[in-house]
Design a protein around this ligand. Structure first.
Ligand SMILES: [Zn+2]
Ligand SMILES: [Zn+2]
Length: 165
C-alpha cells in the first residue's frame, strides 16, 4: 500500500519547519519517568518513521545527548533557536529511524497512538484513552502492529544489522 500523505510541522518559534512522508510505523504515548522529566509533561507522544521520510525544510537543529533508559545515547534534536524538541534517535535503532514529537505536527490530532506504554510510571490522576492498548512497560510490536508495519520494522532491523545508522 502506497501512501501519499504528507504532514508538516515545526517548533514553537517557527525557525524549524519539516515535512514527513506517509504514515508512521507506530505511535507510542509513553508515560515513563524519563519522558516526564525530559518534557516536563505527563507523557510524550512519539511517531516512529524511517529517517529518510523526514525532511527539514527550514531552520537548523541542535543535538543534545542523554542516556537512554536502556543504556546508550538518546539523541534529542531541538530547534536551534527556541530549543523545542522535534525528534529523537534511540540507541537500539540508530539514525535510520526517529521518534518524532507528535505535538510538533501542524495537525497533531491526525495521528492516534497504537499503544500507551510505561503505565507503571504514570501520574496517578491521568486517565487512559479508551480503545488503545496499554502496557505497564513496553510491548511486542509483532503482537500489536498490522503486518505492513511489522514488515517496515523488520526492514529497519535488517538495515541496522547490516551496519547502518
Ligand atoms: Zn524554534
Ligand atoms: Zn518514555
Amino acid at each position: 500500500m502506497v501512501s501519499d500523505t504528507t504532514r508538516e510541522g515545526g517548533c514553537g518559534c517557527g525557525h524549524v519547519r519539516y515535512q514527513v512522508e506517509g504514515e508512521p510505523i507506530f505511535v507510542n504515548n509513553c508515560h515513563c519517568r524519563q519522558c516526564q522529566q525530559q518534557t516536563g509533561g505527563t507523557s510524550v507522544v512519539n511517531a516512529f518513521y524511517e529517517n529518510e521520510r523526514v525532511t527539514v525544510t527550514s531552520g537548523t537543529l541542535t543535538e543534545h545527548v542523554l542516556e537512554a533508559g536502556s543504556g546508550g545515547p538518546h539523541v534529542i534534536c531541538r530547534c536551534g533557536e527556541c530549543g523545542v524538541a522535534m525528534w529523537s534517535y534511540y540507541p537500539r535503532i540508530g539514525r535510520i529511524a526517529l521518534g518524532l514529537r507528535v505535538g510538533t505536527l501542524d495537525d497533531p490530532g491526525s495521528l492516534t497512538p497504537d499503544a500507551v506504554i510505561w503505565l507503571q510510571d504514570k501520574m496517578p490522576w491521568v486517565t487512559l484513552p479508551e480503545g488503545i492498548p496499554h502496557f505497564d512497560q513496553y510491548y511486542d510490536f509483532r503482537e500489536v502492529l498490522p503486518q505492513d508495519r511489522v514488515a517496515r520494522m523488520d526492514a529497519l532491523i535488517e538495515r541496522r544489522k547490516a551496519g547502518e545508522g
